[in-house]
Every structure is written in structure tokens, then in C-alpha cells.
Design a protein around this ligand. Structure first.
Ligand code: 13P
Length: 251
């Protein structure tokens, strides 16, 4: 069955020195990766230090974004190929902050997913509706549309490996978590969408995270839901103790 995956998304926090200290603080205390996969996604400037310090530990590493080209005249961008060379395992794409502040489109996100797979980095693809969309009761069609666009042209084998993060925008950094039932409902819809697009086996393999004010206090309830396979955690992943409480939620 699916291995749970808890990923911290540090956003624009932490420097290389703090990154090295964080890994030192958590490394002997992480769960066995066959039980729970622990991931930290860090800013690009911290990734080299993150990858070097995570070597030989149970910590998996992630970037928060990458470009869909591997090299060229693209000032300021991050190459998926270099992420792979550095030993980075995952890359978050399509976070609502990137879609909102940096105008990333569904098409960009689809190109990034393909480029990451082509370069041996597993994408964590984010989706999620705004408060306005939820109040209009259009959240399902919105999220299904985002998923269809993001996965377009990917093979069943690739989609089996992908991680999808459902993050309702109204629950991010607001302290307002979607209820475990609301989160489960959408994660189930996403799995059904994968089944419609591919097949049952692919849908059973794809891991789906919930994100939005996940904390040590609510992780157990969320993880108890059948279609929630993990969490994508912002604020509560910055402190080693809080991060350890999240990844060790089974204890
Ligand atoms: P918070 O956990 O701080 O609400 O952030 C969620 C998020 O956006 C993770 O990607």
C-alpha cells in the first residue's frame, strides 16, 4: 500500500546555516522511510547544504520550484537536471503562492512536471481552490480541472509516482484547517479523477497530501482518512520539534 509522505515546505524561510542545524537536530529521530517518508523542501539557496547534510539519513529532500528547461538564457531559474545532480528527490510545483504571486499557469505546471520526470525528480503537484470558489460550491470542478491540466500527457507509470497536494488557499497560513472530512472529500475526488484519466492501479498508487494549517495537533485525524496519504506543511515544519512530532504521528 501507499507509504505516507509528510513534507515540510519552508517557503522563504531559513538560511544554509539554519538548514544544516535543522538536519542535525532531526536526523536520528526520523521514522523509518518504509513507514513514513519525511521530506523537507527548502529555498533554492539552501538546497546544496540540505542535500549534503541529508545524505545517509532518513530525510528526503525537495525543492520548492524549478523551471521546465534544464539550461539556457533563463535568468534566475532553477534547473531540474541540477536538482537531480545535487541529490534532490522531490520538487513542489504549482503551489498557490507561485500561481498567485508569480502568475504560473496550469500549462507551466504541466511542462514542469514533464521536465522533472525527464530529469529524475519527483513532482509534488499542488492544487486547491480559493475561498470565493468554495463559497460558490465550485471547488470540485476547479480542482479536477487543475489536476487534468497538470497531468496532461504524463504516463500511468509517472502518475503512479507523483505526489498531489490538495491545499485549499483559504486554509494556508490562516490557522483555518479544512475539516478532516472536507480534506478527505477532495482527496477522494482527486483519486477518482486519476482513476478516470488512467486506471484503478494508478489511482491506488498515487499519493495525495493535504496542506493548509497542518499541525502536530491535527495530523493524526487527517492521516486517519483513507484517501489522505500525507501532509504538506508550512509553518509547523520550521521548528525541528514540531516537524518531528508531525513525521512521527504514528507513535
Ligand atoms: P501552512 O501549513 O503554514 O498553512 O502552509 C501550508 C502550505 O502552503 C504548504 O505548502
Amino acid at each position: 500500500m501507499r507509504t505516507p509522505i509528510i513534507a515540510g515546505n519552508w517557503k522563504l524561510h531559513m538560511n544554509p546555516e539554519q538548514t544544516a542545524e535543522f538536519v542535525k537536530a532531526v536526523k536520528g529521530k526520523l521514522p523509518d522511510p518504509s513507514k513514513v517518508e519525511s521530506v523537507i523542501a527548502a529555498p533554492a539557496v539552501d538546497l546544496y547544504v540540505l542535500a549534503e547534510n541529508a545524505k545517509g539519513t532518513n530525510l528526503h529532500t525537495g525543492a520548492e520550484n524549478a523551471y521546465f528547461e534544464v539550461e539556457g538564457a533563463f535568468t534566475g531559474e532553477t534547473s531540474p537536471k541540477v536538482l537531480n545532480e545535487m541529490g534532490i528527490d522531490y520538487c513542489i510545483i504549482g503551489h498557490s503562492e507561485r500561481r498567485g504571486y508569480f502568475h504560473e499557469t496550469d500549462e507551466d505546471i504541466n511542462k514542469k512536471a514533464k521536465a522533472l520526470f525527464a530529469n529524475g525528480v519527483t513532482p509534488i503537484i499542488c492544487c486547491g481552490e480559493s475561498l470565493e470558489t468554495r463559497e460558490a460550491n465550485k471547488q470540485e470542478e476547479w480542482v479536477v480541472g487543475q489536476i487534468k491540466a497538470a497531468l496532461d500527457g504524463l504516463t500511468a507509470e509517472q502518475v503512479s509516482k507523483v505526489v498531489i497536494a490538495y491545499e485549499p488557499i483559504w486554509a494556508i497560513g490562516t490557522g483555518k484547517t479544512a475539516s478532516a472530512d472536507q480534506a478527505e472529500e477532495m482527496c477522494k475526488t482527486i483519486r477518482e479523477t486519476v482513476k478516470d484519466l488512467y486506471n484503478e492501479e494508478t489511482a491506488e498508487n498515487v499519493r495525495i497530501q493535504y496542506g493548509g494549517s497542518v499541525k502536530p495537533a491535527n495530523i493524526k485525524e487527517l492521516m486517519a482518512k483513507p484517501d489522505i496519504d500525507g501532509g504538506l506543511v508550512g509553518g509547523a515544519s520550521l521548528d525541528p520539534e514540531s516537524y518531528l512530532a508531525l513525521v512521527n504521528y504514528q507513535d
